[in-house]
Structures are given as C-alpha cells and as structure tokens.
Write a protein that binds this ligand. Sequence first.
Ligand SMILES: [Zn+2]
Length: 450
Amino acid sequence: MPQDKIYKTVHQYNKVPIPVENMRKLQEIARDYSCVKNYVYQRYGGVGGLTKIYPGYTVQNEMTRSGIRTQLGLPSVYFNLAVFEALGDIKAQWTNIKISILEAASQNERFSSQEKHYLRFMVKTGGCFEHILNGKKIVVPEKMEEAYHRIMVDINGSSVCAENLNRYLCRQVRKKIQRIQTDKAHGFSLTERAYRYGTCGDEHGIFLSTKESRKRIFVPLTDSNEYDKQLYIRLKPEDYGIEIAVPIGQKVRIHKDYANETGISLGMRHMITTDTGNIYGECFGQFQQELVEYLAASDKTYRKEKKNNAGRKKYKAHKAKLDARLVTYANQEINRMIAGEKPKVIYLPKYPQGNIKGYDKKINYSVNLWKKGFVKDRIKQKCRENSIEYVEVTGKAISTECSRCGAQGKYKKEVFLCERCGYEDDKKINAAKNAKKRGRPEQQDKHIVH
Ligand SMILES: [Zn+2]
C-alpha cells in the first residue's frame, strides 16, 4: 500500500578540510555527548529506572540537577538532546522486551488463557509492570480497576497464583534486559538551537555551537541547501571532514499511468538492462573504471611517499570528485529508467552476498561491492518515492537459465545461447527476463526472496 509520506536521509559535506583545532572542538562535543548518554543508560537503563522514564521529565530534571552538565561544560542544547536520545534507546529496549515477553507467554503451553490474560494485562498496564519488577505494590489506573478486578477473580480459580506469574515476569526481564552502552564518540545530534546556516566571506556553510559560549565554528559546505531539522553530525577526523545527516520527509508520488512489469539486471559495464532490452547507465563501467584506475595509481604513489600530506589531501579531493560524478550519474540514469519504463513493479535478482563470480576480476573488490549495494539501494529508494513495487527474486543461476524454455544454457562473453530451444540473446537481457519470470505472481512461491 502506498504511504503518503516517506522519510529519507540526505547528506551534506564540508567543502574544504576542517582545521585540526576546529575538529578537536567537535570531537570534544562528541565525547561529552556519548559520556552523557552512557550516564543515562547506566542510571536509568535498569529495572529501577522504569518508574522514571515515562514520560521522562523526571529523568530530564534529575539529570539537570546532577551537575554533570556543568562538570563537562557541555552547552544545554547538546546535553538535553543526549539525555533525550539515551532515554529513547532505553524506552525502545523496554518496548522490545515487552513484545518478546508477550510472545513467549502466549506460546507457553503451561499457561491457561486466564493466566495469559493476566500476564498481558500486567505487561501492558501502566503502574503494574514496573511495580512488579521493583517488588512494589501494584497501582492500577482508575479506569482499569474494573478490568483488573475481573482478572484477579479469574486468576484465583487457576492453578498458578499471581505471585508465580509475577516471578515469571521478573525472570523473563532478567533474561532479556541488556546493558546499553555506547563506545562510539563519532558524532552527535543537534537541534536548530545549536546550528545556523549562513555565509562567511563568499562561502556558504553552517555555524555550529561549541563548548565555548557564543563561539560558533563555521564549516563551508559543498551545497547551499538549508534545513530546519534535527541534524546528526558524523565526524571523520581522519579525512578532516564531517558528514551531516538530515532526515527529510517527502511526499510519495503516485503515477496512475505506470502499469508495466519490468525485470532488470544490474551490471558492471551497463548499469541497468531491462527485459525489453533497454539500457540505462551506459557509461557506468567507464566512469567506474576511471575511478578504479585513479585509486590504483595513487595507491602506488602512496606506498612510496607515506608522509606526503599535501598529496594525500589532493588525492582525497579528486577521489571525492570522481565518486560524486558516479553517484550523480547513477541517480540520473535510474530516474531516466523509471520515467522511460513506467513500471508498476520492478523485479531484480538478489545476488548471494560476497559472491561476485562472473564480475570483472580486474575491478577492485570493494569498489565492486560499493557499486552493487549502492545502485540497488538507490533503485529501492526511487521505487518508494514513486510508489513502485520493488521485488527481489533469487539470483541463483539467473544468467545461465534460458528465459524462453527454462533449460540451462551457456553464455559466451555477452551472448547467451540455449542449445535446447535455440534462443540467443544478450546475456543481461536474458537475465532480466528471468528476473521478471521469477517475480511474477504465479512463480512467487518458488523464487521470491524475503
Ligand atoms: Zn531455451
């Protein structure tokens, strides 16, 4: 079913290397940020924290009073967000624990339906679960009192008493609860109160709050987009860079005239081949080859002159340029494919992970994986944006199977040949036809990958 809105993450990047001194300031924030989070996990992540985390004011207030913020000298915009995020993680863990307890209880044949009912009530009703776990008296909300009374009457007639069921809950929690901790200080979130987009000199960029009051760091960005969302900043000190992640809500487009079923096959040389023989991303292989050659050539140079920092920066800048060209090109061609094919559903093969047999061995392994995962993710995302169904089918033997008669054929270079029925076609077109065949509803039981 198409939703009206989907969320995706867009990224922004620094335009020029970030001075070491500024990077250090950002790293300080990241360190403090994870320190605050760990403090919250430790103090409120356990059973004892349960009575305080809903809705969470208590934790915010206690944390503010704890003095840890002043100790660290972390601005409250960062501090509050770190507390809020950690609290979210703790709540998420409890949600999962509750779901898994209810699942375990409902599958447990030892329990009668009254007992299961009791457990469900205790897990779901505020004032029950946390008090049972903390060995306190249950406080049932007024509007639930009647239901509670009925359940207690029911349970008194059963073999297992309430005490035992409560102990069961405690045991389950002990088994499932995990200590949350973050060792990573790679970045931090920030709200609009901690940043501002703007210009400095001729450069457009972002101003970020630091621990020094009223002193913001300016980071020039590669684009001039401005957002008013909560951002996440990932630090890449080894590259003197940052990556800003912005969650964007976007309306889904619905195309009433998109009615085709399109099988596609991804490739190294031509990015996308469809079952009807259309090719998108014809220059993909060539662009990629240029990137790989550049990487290989620079790698040699680097082994010779390890301490050449200026050269290293130049290399990173050029690599980023080639990367960006490939990304832009891939996006453009995927858009062109969608507009051209007008599909209501796209079928494409799932390749076994780590298996790149049949791909060009000359091309660097990691680049290869990057490419395949990347193109697929982009197609998936574009399908979501355009309310096109995206279906992955098993990729096993998809290039050697004849799409006309189903026999095993052979291919020589780019041409597939079936000896049984005489079918001959471009290897990729044959594979795309197979993808469509495998994905169509009557075949689904056999080949759809979940
Ligand atoms: Zn055949």
